[in-house]
Design a protein around this ligand. Structure first.
Ligand code: ADP
Ligand code: TRP
Length: 340
């Protein structure tokens, strides 16, 4: 990841509370989020308004949906804190605690063509998988643009699947500036990690919605089951194997040093090593890599109000900035000045 430019820039990202965080989230985005904390002014949030667009698919029992979203939001926050998010350095909050963002989303929707949204991959993919799209899912990129633009962010660290959303955000910033003749919003840029597309246990993109994840905080039997369940080809133990075509190797490479990766690649090519051996090596890596974060997560989970306090303090700071931007936006587009 290239260092961001010298002047202190605003770096913003969000993650949906739609299930347990997995290795794709970690190597595609979270690892970068944590590392960037010393490189600019960081603002990270739990995108619970966004998660509402698919909550009905996530939880079939309607009476449990509210509780599920609430619990998932705390769960994701706890995971971030355990993985090294430092609330002294970073503004960390829950999206719905800064409701101004929905107002900006409305305003942006009035300068955005339908055609732009109709081209969104994430919407088309979800519709193609049989998810009945609601209007919220369709306008998801507008809310995401509002998340980014309301702090006039410069950089957005995300995985590759979000690049189109960033292009759309730049378009919306431009439409707003052009419509009202003022450079209110800068054009934000995505920051991709070194692993912008982590494969899942079946070789497709690792994703909560594909059921092919290895969860960051899994341990014991469930972790072993997901690692041992990674799909491999049907070659025999003796056969030489191509490491570049193997999901196990791709995941192992995320944890291994260059020398370890080379050594493993040589074993693949030489033949005589079954996939079980590579899977066991991967299992050991995952277990050791997250050991400290797992312990920290348990410690933090025992402090009952800690997460809530962090999120509320973050929201207070984020909200003050969001309100300042909205004052300017309302003024520029001729809406009433806020009283009180
Ligand atoms: P999911 O696809 O599991 O629902 P999210 O959409 O909540 O994950 O993604 C949260 C962050 O993690 C985003 O920045 C996204 O780009 C990144 N991310 C998700 N899956 C992957 C993956 N397989 N490889 C790389 N980055 C990913
Ligand atoms: N769409 C992102 C995802 O699914 C989550 C998100 C919402 C986001 N708002 C954002 C990411 C703003 C970066 C910036 O992963």
């Amino acid at each position: 990841m290239p260092p961001v430019e010298p002047a202190r820039k605003t770096i913003l990202s969000g993650v949906q509370p739609s299930g347990k965080l997995h290795l794709g989230n970690y190597f595609g985005a979270i690892k970068n989020h944590i590392a960037l904390q010393d490189q600019g002014r960081c603002i990270y949030f739990i995108a619970d308004y966004h998660a509402l667009t698919t909550i009905a698919d996530l939880q079939s029992d309607a009476s449990k949906r509210g509780a599920a979203l609430r619990e998932n939001s705390v769960d994701v926050a706890l995971s971030y804190l355990a993985l090294g998010l430092d609330p002294a350095k970073t503004i960390f909050y829950r999206q719905s605690d800064v409701p101004e963002v929905t107002e900006l989303a409305w305003i942006l929707s009035t300068v955005t063509g339908m055609g732009l949204l109709e081209r969104a991959h994430s919407f088309k993919d979800k519709a193609a998988r049989g998810i009945t799209p609601n209007v919220g899912l369709f306008v998801y990129p507008v809310l995401m643009a509002a998340d980014i633009l309301i702090y006039r962010s410069h950089f957005v660290p995300v995985g590759k699947d979000q690049v189109q959303h960033l292009e759309m955000t730049r378009d919306m910033a431009g439409y707003f500036n052009q419509t009202f003749g003022r450079e209110v919003f800068p054009a934000p840029r995505e920051l991709l990690s070194e692993a912008p597309l982590v494969p899942g246990t079946d070789g497709q993109k690792m994703s909560k919605s594909y059921g092919n994840t290895i969860d960051i905080f899994a341990e014991g039997k469930p972790l072993k089951q997901s690692v041992m369940g990674i799909k491999t080809d049907s070659s025999t133990v003796e056969d030489p194997k191509d490491p570049t075509k193997c999901n196990v190797f791709a995941l192992y490479g995320l944890f291994a040093t260059p020398a370890e990766r080379e050594e493993m690649a040589a074993k693949y090519r030489a033949g005589g090593m079954g996939y079980g051996v590579a899977k066991t090596a991967l299992l050991e890596k995952v277990t050791a890599y997250f050991a400290e974060a797992r312990a920290r997560r348990k410690e933090l989970a025992a402090k009952s109000d800690y997460v809530e306090e962090v999120l509320l303090d973050g929201a207070r700071r984020a909200r003050a900035e969001a309100q300042a931007t909205m004052e300017l936006v309302r003024d520029v587009c001729g809406l009433a000045k806020r009283k009180g």
